[in-house]
Design a protein around this ligand. Structure first.
Ligand SMILES: [Zn+2]
Length: 178
């Protein structure tokens, strides 16, 4: 498919480096570049200054449906979907760009980002594979990450209906969308 060209190779390396700088796991690099595992490992050590963390990627969809992670995931997914609509970016480039915009927006709210680039990447795959979906909140009209077959008629987002346990203290640590 892709011809082995110097240009393509440098594009792949640039993409891998950008992903490493965003904190992506090695599995993301393996999936999104044509570079060999050995090369990615070397690149990772050189760029991150340490060995990549071992272990499985988070495979569960549950995390994205818990209260605060859901708000972060929804914010990211809204940005990502907007970018893919208005630009011709390749998927992984749109994910990276959306992730940067997400972290900037979160920083402007004075909140720590809960979503890692690896989770953001997983989220896009989950939605592509219909394991999760985006549903419109029946109260505020915002689009939120939800179960794949959520009933939108009764769906209320985590901002409109925060869980009782959230309390005042936890709410102030969340994102407030005005
Ligand atoms: Zn809502």
């Amino acid at each position: 498919m892709a011809t082995k060209s110097v240009l393509n190779d440098s594009k792949q390396v640039a993409r891998a480096v950008a992903l490493i700088n965003l904190g992506a796991r090695l599995q993301v690099l393996e999936s999104e570049t044509d570079l060999s595992y050995e090369r990615l490992l070397r690149l990772y050590k050189e760029v991150a200054g340490r060995s990549p963390s071992k272990g499985q990627l988070p495979f569960s969809t549950e995390w994205f449906l818990t209260w605060q992670p859901n708000i972060h995931a929804s914010l990211f997914q809204n940005i990502y979907q907007y970018l893919t609509k208005v630009s011709a970016l390749e998927d992984i480039d749109a994910i990276m760009k959306a992730y940067k915009l997400y972290t900037e927006q979160i920083a402007a709210c004075g909140v720590e980002p809960l979503l890692s680039i690896t989770r953001a990447w997983r989220l896009v795959k989950f939605i592509d594979n219909s394991m999760l979906s985006m549903t419109t909140c029946s109260k505020c009209g915002g689009h939120f990450v939800s179960e794949a077959y959520e009933n939108s008629r009764n769906f209320e987002c985590g901002l409109c209906s925060p869980p009782a346990r959230a309390g005042k203290g936890a709410a102030s640590g969340g994102i407030l969308l005005h």
